[in-house]
Structures are given as structure tokens and as C-alpha cells.
Design a protein around this ligand. Structure first.
Ligand SMILES: [Zn+2]
Length: 466
């Protein structure tokens, strides 16, 4: 007897946020990723909508990695009655603790701010979830080792493989077997590449019948230039004119890569030693989590946390006072702060202070989703005279630059090269996690270069397979 597999994309089908896919098989329901919608407020409003199925009917959740757009809806799922296990890698669990508690804190702070300043259309603005919700759902996490099968339901088991995107990021291979039949569905989550200095690349895709593949850069190629060299050129220009370089990056994302690149540039004499500040309330915890997961670091890793990983004059600022001091510091200096897409957080205070001075520079080095302030600044910096921050127009005189190949996502050529490593042709590849154009483009690249059957989840969100 065989059962149909039903996949329903509840998020990330026409954009890059809100990743959550419902998988139904043999009268069981599972959710793969459980992320927040991020970006403009109309998109964020969707986070207040309950799931289309009762949360307590979901047997378990499988998480690919700990970015908020893949785990940030978990406290909302708990609020709706979900009490099952949440399977993920050890690295993902470590980062999820940092990220969910930080996110809950930001939710509580912004609700309090809106109440106090009455800057809200609501009588009583509420946080999307509280620290208590985050703590509750964190108790449901069940970290599992990679490469081993774990039974997660009746006839269904999962196995994790490295995805190379951030610490802990994993491909989730899901095997469903009834009688003598067995079917495998693999979710890529976000896929890294081989060009990272610090992180290992993705494991080959396991043989699968159906693959759910991310398409963030499905229509783009990263520049094929040495990212360290390019960063060095930019940093030197700003340092020579005594400027402050502001790098928007999430504390647990690309920050470690950038810190190590700056250290290398110093050691090679490309740039002089200048103060480098990682300004994030969770920066210390993020660094600790990074160093605790050697399994995701490069083989024969060239760095050593005690000798050559950090720039010579490196500091972390965790308190609000330290952060304020960092915004007042004279150049030359380098400040790395979140959020990476300028959606909020300390980065906005740095930009408010630094944008009006032409000696300063903003270096974008991560994906800027459509509708975010980061994307707006990146796309319009040549013509913009001011940027609106905290309801005020801030003069824009600083130089705005981008290093595209520092992204933690593979581009379409890297994705196709990675897919080619698997000897097994899947029955179907469904693309999610990308703008519709990016998904459509990746579908065409896969059909042309691999001859595989592919479709975009932006075209239809529910798929049945027998
Ligand atoms: Zn991600």
C-alpha cells in the first residue's frame, strides 16, 4: 500500500522569508522549517495569522538552520498549541537559543516603545511572542547527530547532512516507507558554497525522489573575484581618508567570516591595524557557538581562534552603553552590526551617525531582500540624498558598496554544480525561497544544464505525489 505525499508551501513560495512547508503522509503532518515573514509591514502582518491546520495536529517540526526566517515562527506555533518535538542539528540548536531569545526581546521592546510613544495604530500593541514563548518552545528542541537516521513518526525517519550555509545548517533527508515501497524527500534549506574561508561547503545531495531547493540567487551570479581582496580595497580607501566603515551583518551569520578576512588583510599588510568592533548584544555568544562547531569549519582549517582569527585591535560590544560609545568613536575604524538588512537594531544608530560624512563607507556583504531598507539603500545609493531612519531624514554622503560573493547562499551556477554531484536524478525539484523571477530562472537553468524536471513553488503551492 502506498500513500500520497502532500507538500504545501505556507511561506517562502514567492519570496525569501517565512519558510515553512507542511508535509502530509500516511495520516501524519510535519512541518519543515517554521520561519518568520520579514520585510515591509504588510509582509510582517502575515506572522499574526495562524496556520491553516491545527498546530496540535503537527507531529513534529524539522529545522534546516537557525536563521529567523526559518525558525522565528516557532514561538507562534507553540502559542497555537504545538507541543511536539523539533528536530535539528546541534549547531542549529545552539544558535536557535541565541536567536529566538534575542528576537523575543526585540519584540517586547518594540511593543513597549510603541505603547509609550503611541506610535502604533493599535490601542495596545503586543509583541508577536514573548521571552516566555521562546523559552517554552526551546524546550521542545531535540538536537540530533548528522548522518544518522532518526525515527520521527510511523514509517518515517530523517537524516541530516551539512548544507554549508551557517553553523548547523543541514539538508533534511526525509524517508517514508510502507510495505516494500520507500520514498525520499530532501529539503535543502539555504545552501552554502565552496568559497567561504571559514565554513565547509555543502555535502552532496543524497539520492532523493523529490527535492525542495532554495532559489535565493536563482537568477544571479556572484562576482568571480576574490572577496578578501575586494574587501581589502574598499577598507583601505575608507581607512586612508580616516573614515568609519559600517558593515551590516547578522552576528551569527557572516560576521565570523568578515572578522577573519579583516584579520588576514591586517596580517598581509593590505590594511593597517584599526579598531574593529563587533557591535551586537549576542556577539559573544555567537562567537562561542561558532567555535563550538568544528564539524562545520574547513578541513585543516587555516585559522586558530587564539592566534590569527581576530584582528589585532578587536572588541565586542554587548551592552547598550558600549554600542553608544562605538557610534561616537573617531575614524578610522570598522564596525560590524545587525540587522544585516537594516530592518532594525543597532545598525540604524551607526548609520544615523555615519551616513552624513563622505569619508565613511557602508559595505553590504549579505543578501538584501526586496522591500528591506538595506535593499533600498543598495539599489538607490547613487541618487539618494537622504535615508529615512527612525522617522527622520538622514543626509546620505557616505560611500555605499557591495561585495556580492560574500553571500552565504550559492548562486545558480554553484547550485547546478552542487546538484550535479548526486548520481541520482530526482523525479522532481521544487524551487522555493526566492523571488518568483529567481525561482523561474533557476527552473530553466536546471532543465537546461541537468535535464531534470523542475518547477517553481511560486506557481502553485500545493503538490501531491504518489
Ligand atoms: Zn539562511
Amino acid at each position: 500500500m502506498t500513500f500520497p505525499i502532500r507538500l504545501q508551501f505556507l511561506g517562502a513560495h514567492s519570496g525569501v522569508t517565512g519558510s515553512k512547508t507542511l508535509l502530509e503522509w500516511n495520516k501524519q503532518r510535519f512541518l519543515v522549517d517554521c520561519g518568520l515573514f520579514q520585510g515591509p509591514s504588510a509582509v510582517r502582518q502575515m506572522n499574526w495569522v495562524d496556520l491553516p491546520v491545527p498546530a496540535d495536529s503537527i507531529a513534529a517540526v524539522f529545522i534546516t538552520h537557525a536563521h529567523l526566517d526559518h525558525i522565528g515562527y516557532l514561538p507562534r506555533l507553540y502559542q497555537q498549541g504545538f507541543r511536539g518535538p523539533i528536530y535539528c542539528s546541534e549547531g542549529t540548536y545552539d544558535l536557535a537559543q541565541i536567536i529566538l531569545l534575542d528576537s523575543a526581546h526585540l519584540e517586547e521592546e518594540s511593543a513597549r516603545f510603541a505603547r509609550e510613544t503611541q506610535y502604533s495604530n493599535h490601542q495596545n500593541p503586543l509583541p508577536l511572542f514573548t521571552t516566555q514563548d521562546a523559552e517554552n518552545v526551546l524546550k521542545k528542541f531535540k538536537p540530533i547527530p548528522r548522518y544518522e537516521w532518526t525515527t520521527v513518526g510511523d514509517g518515517i525517519s530523517i537524516r541530516l547532512h551539512r548544507a554549508g550555509h551557517i553553523i548547523g545548517a543541514s539538508l533534511v533527508e526525509i524517508r517514508m516507507h510502507s510495505d516494500r515501497h520507500s520514498k525520499t524527500v530532501t529539503f535543502s534549506g539555504d545552501v552554502g558554497h565552496e568559497d567561504s574561508l571559514t565554513l565547509k561547503g555543502p555535502d552532496p545531495l543524497p539520492p532523493s525522489d523529490i527535492v525542495i531547493l532554495e532559489g535565493t540567487y536563482g537568477d544571479r551570479l556572484h562576482e568571480r573575484v576574490d572577496a578578501t581582496e575586494k574587501l581589502g580595497t574598499f577598507l583601505k580607501q575608507a581607512i586612508d581618508r580616516q573614515g568609519v566603515v559600517v558593515i551590516p551583518a547578522f552576528a551569527v551569520g557572516r560576521s565570523q567570516e568578515i572578522i577573519y578576512m579583516i584579520a588576514q588583510l591586517e596580517q598581509q599588510g593590505v590594511i593597517p591595524v584599526v579598531p574593529v568592533v563587533l557591535d551586537s548584544p549576542m556577539s559573544d555568544k555567537a562567537l562561542k557557538a561558532f567555535f563550538s562547531h568544528d564539524e562545520d569549519h574547513r578541513v585543516n582549517s587555516s585559522f586558530n581562534r587564539h592566534t590569527n582569527f581576530y584582528p589585532q585591535n578587536f572588541e565586542t560590544s554587548t551592552s547598550a552603553d558600549q554600542s553608544m560609545l562605538a557610534t561616537m568613536r573617531d575614524g578610522p575604524a570598522i564596525v560590524i552590526s545587525a540587522s544585516g538588512m537594516l530592518a532594525g537594531g543597532r545598525i540604524l544608530h551607526h548609520l544615523k551617525k555615519r551616513l552624513p560624512d563622505p569619508r565613511n563607507m557602508v559595505v553590504f556583504c549579505g543578501y538584501q531582500a526586496e522591500g528591506t531598507k538595506g535593499r533600498f539603500l543598495q539599489d538607490n545609493s547613487a541618487t539618494l540624498k537622504t535615508l529615512r531612519i527612525h522617522h527622520k531624514e538622514v543626509e546620505l554622503a557616505a560611500e555605499i558598496v557591495t561585495i556580492s560573493n560574500l553571500s552565504a547562499h550559492a548562486d545558480y551556477a554553484q547550485l547546478c554544480a552542487w546538484l550535479k554531484q548526486t548520481p541520482h536524478k530526482p523525479r522532481k525539484i521544487l524551487i522555493n525561497h526566492g523571488q518568483p523571477e529567481a525561482q523561474g530562472s533557476l527552473v530553466e537553468h536546471i532543465k537546461k544544464e541537468l535535464g531534470w524536471d523542475a518547477a517553481a513553488s511560486s506557481v502553485q503551492t500545493t503538490w501531491d505525489f504518489l
